[in-house]
Design a protein around this ligand. Structure first.
Ligand code: HEM
Length: 282
């Protein structure tokens, strides 16, 4: 993680105007997932194109978008084939070898899990890193505390997750029911407002206030129940290291054009453009 972050920070050289999302945050989680799945480093750009396709072009018609998925499916199949021929120490080889109930997973199950890892593990974390940097750009006191009190980072990470919870998921109703006075019909879609739950005044003191050293923080940014995020500790580590490396390089920065900040549409929310002016470097 640290090498990956440093590599992308190095490419920014001594620029004083940067985009913390397009130039930094968006590279971190794809790099982690590609490494985890065991994709060759030379495929980095290709992999990022897939990520862009899957995660950013959600507004296209399903038929148009479906066809665009083919190259990614072919790429994943080629990776599976290569891993079958040359097993190595990565998640793809693990999935190909693991046994569930005495049986190996079918190749389409392996491919499905690779796609899920990509969808669940990339723009979620990139959004969380982006929101944290966006926050720090506007709250110099919080930035100064993190720079001067590095031990605060794990607690701050939880508050970034609570306050800017990037993920809203959905469920389909199985049968007609009355949920605490709210009628629901079979096949209705219901959004699970994890970000709203994180601002519940009955659970959090000053729920609408970002408190960087909030000590009691049982937030729901990673969901609740059996589908709770399986990657939560990886995400926490990515968030912590990505911010640590960023503020170690840039201990002071501010938004250079607040109006130019853009946010992702859809169920995963995070800034996609964060124009910054660097005020101090190390
Ligand atoms: C800040 C980053 C992340 C956030 C906020 C987040 C949030 C969530 C949430 C809210 C769910 C629950 C979905 C539901 O109830 O339907 C979930 C599920 C999941 N997440 Fe994450 N996630 C993050 C990062 C990651 C990473 C890095 C990975 C893996 C590399 C990952 C893998 C998954 C998977 C596989 C599931 C599905 C679990 C299941 O259905 O049993 N997530 N995530």
């Amino acid at each position: 993680m640290r090498t990956l972050c440093a590599k992308h920070l190095d490419t920014l050289g001594d620029r004083r105007e940067i985009d913390a999302s397009a130039d930094y945050a968006q590279f971190i989680s794809p790099g982690v997932i590609a490494t985890m799945l065991g994709f060759p480093e030379k495929d980095e750009d290709l992999f990022r194109d897939f990520v862009h396709l899957v995660l950013n072009l959600v507004d296209l018609l399903p038929e148009v978008r479906g066809a665009m998925f083919l190259p990614m499916a072919e790429y994943f199949d080629a990776q599976i084939e290569d891993h079958l021929q040359n097993p190595r120490d990565d998640f793809t080889s693990y999935l190909l070898n693991v046994e569930v109930g005495g049986q190996k997973l079918a190749p389409e199950h392996v491919r499905g899990t690779m796609v899920l890892t990509l969808i669940a593990g990339i723009d979620t974390t990139w959004s969380a890193i982006g929101s944290a940097i966006w926050h720090l750009a506007q709250n110099p006191d919080d930035l100064a505390r993190l720079v001067n009190e590095p031990d605060l980072m794990p607690v701050a990470v939880e508050e970034f997750l609570r306050f800017y919870a990037p993920v809203t998921m959905a469920r389909m109703v199985k049968e007609d029911m009355d949920f605490y006075g709210c009628p629901m019909k079979k096949d209705d879609w219901v959004l699970l407002g994890f970000p709203a739950a994180n601002r519940d005044p009955e659970v959090f003191e000053d729920a609408d206030k970002f408190v960087i050293d909030r000590s009691i923080n049982r937030h729901a940014a990673f969901g609740l129940g059996i589908h709770r995020c399986v990657g939560s500790n990886l995400a926490r580590m990515e968030l912590r290291v990505a911010i640590e490396e960023f503020i170690a390089r840039y201990p002071r920065f501010e938004l250079s054009d607040p109006g130019a900040v853009t946010w992702a549409p859809g169920q995963v929310r995070g800034p996609r453009a964060i124009p910054l002016r660097v005020l101090a470097t190390n």
